[in-house]
Ligand binder design. Structure first.
Ligand SMILES: C[S@@+](CC[C@H](N)C(=O)[O-])C[C@H]1O[C@@H](n2cnc3c(N)ncnc32)[C@H](O)[C@@H]1O
Length: 271
């Protein structure tokens, strides 16, 4: 069940999070469906230069984020949330998540799991990352947005926040539904069409491309069936790995077989 009420982010660049002020995320924050609080660890430094980074032991290029400002930022947020440092993992309402290329690759299932925490504290790293001891002792979960390296954890944190906000009941308008998004049911989304009904294009022999008839039929049962078949077919074509992780019902198996058959026939016609 979705229980997330507040997300704290620890970042050296709080201004970057203004990107979340737009669209669905902005509306959810303004309507107080979620509280988003950004804390700059620089506010917790103890020297006059407000130093948050230092050289790595053992040498090598780049700098690392020091433990002390990050730790004090985490503890201060936990105190505001009424949680003690010593709380056992099972009693903790707050999960500390470090966005890191070395973390678990983010999936819709992980987003769902995280949306079941009451509060999250996200840490956006900078430089070459953060001192390992902070990760070992203060981080509950490490999460990556993909096998590539960015300059900071702000964009990954925003990716996670956006995907979490989509799951808040009432965050999406009447015409939008997270239930139909790709991955929600373990399948990719079906194709979508809007006006015009016939699109004039010049693509090889084709001059006009019409919306599939079934979508104009007004028959909701048939439309739902067509959409499910397209979802299954797309997943089979583009992400077969998702199908091996998901049990298909008898109806779904039949629809997928239909899709594969139609695909074979259309390939034959094109030869
Ligand atoms: C330049 S990266 C550090 C990379 C680190 N030296 C490594 O190779 O694991 C700086 C920060 O960006 C964030 N970051 C970069 N790529 C990321 C990814 N794919 N997923 C999540 N966070 C990422 C992390 O917060 C990281 O601390």
């Amino acid at each position: 069940m979705h229980t997330l009420k507040r997300i704290d982010v620890i970042s050296l660049f709080p201004e970057m999070f203004s990107a979340l002020e737009y669209g669905i995320t902005g509306r959810a924050i303004r309507n107080e469906l979620i509280e988003l609080v950004i804390t700059n660890p620089r506010a917790f430094t103890q020297d006059k230069h407000k130093t948050v980074d230092d050289r790595p032991y053992g040498g090598g290029p780049g700098m690392l984020m020091k433990v002390q400002p990050l730790r004090d930022a985490i503890l201060s947020i936990k105190q505001t949330l009424g949680e003690h440092e010593a709380a056992s993992v099972s009693k903790k309402k707050t999960k500390v998540v470090y966005l890191s290329p070395q973390g678990q690759p983010l999936t819709q299932n992980i987003v769902k799991d995280l949306s079941e925490s009451k509060q999250l504290i996200l840490i956006a790293g900078r430089y070459e990352g953060i001192d390992e001891r902070l990760i070992e002792h203060y981080v509950d979960y490490e999460c990556s947005i993909g096998d590539y390296v960015l300059s900071g954890g702000e964009l990954p944190a925003m990716v996670l926040i956006d995907s979490l906000i989509r799951l808040i009941p009432d965050a999406l308008g009447h015409n939008e539904s997270a239930l139909e998004d790709s991955f929600y049911s373990g399948l990719l989304d079906h194709p979508h069409y809007t006006r015009p009904e016939v699109l004039a294009i010049k693509d090889g022999d084709r001059e006009n491309v019409a919306v599939p008839d079934v979508l104009l039929s007004g028959n909701h049962k048939k439309i739902a069936q067509w959409r499910l078949k397209q979802s299954l077919g797309r997943t089979w074509q583009r992400r077969p790995d998702l199908l091996t992780e998901r049990q298909l019902s008898k109806e779904e198996q039949e629809l997928l077989q239909d899709f594969i058959q139609e695909q074979k026939e259309s390939n034959k016609r094109e030869l």
